[in-house]
Design a protein around this ligand. Structure first.
Ligand code: FES
Length: 103
């Protein structure tokens, strides 16, 4: 595994969202209410961007068809009749004055 730097801690704030592409990984870094999440940036349902997703507590809701995923486990919490795999969740690593990910 290799460490990839994503963002300086000083640049993170509530409402922060930014996408990253590292090799085949499409990542979305989010901070809401002081909590940071790193998830895949495309919805597992139909691959729409999660950049405009709604976060409430530990749930992320895709605005396109309102599928909801748990931000810690990636479990599907709400969906229509169309099945959907879990959301990929990545562990954020704090390294000095920045956050990154091990891939
Ligand atoms: S693309 Fe996200 S819910 Fe359908």
């Amino acid at each position: 595994m290799r460490y990839f730097s994503l963002e300086k801690l000083i640049n993170l704030y509530d409402g922060y969202r930014k996408t990253f592409k590292i090799d085949e990984h499409h990542l979305l870094l989010i901070q809401e209410e002081g909590v940071r999440f790193l998830v895949e940036s495309f919805c597992p349902h139909r691959e729409h961007s999660l950049m405009d997703a709604i976060i409430f507590g530990d749930t992320i809701s895709c605005p396109h068809h309102n599928y909801q995923f748990h931000l810690s486990s990636g479990d599907v919490l709400q969906r229509s009749e169309e099945p959907c795999r879990k959301l990929r969740i990545y562990e954020l690593v704090e390294e000095g004055r920045e956050v990154g990910v091990l891939l």
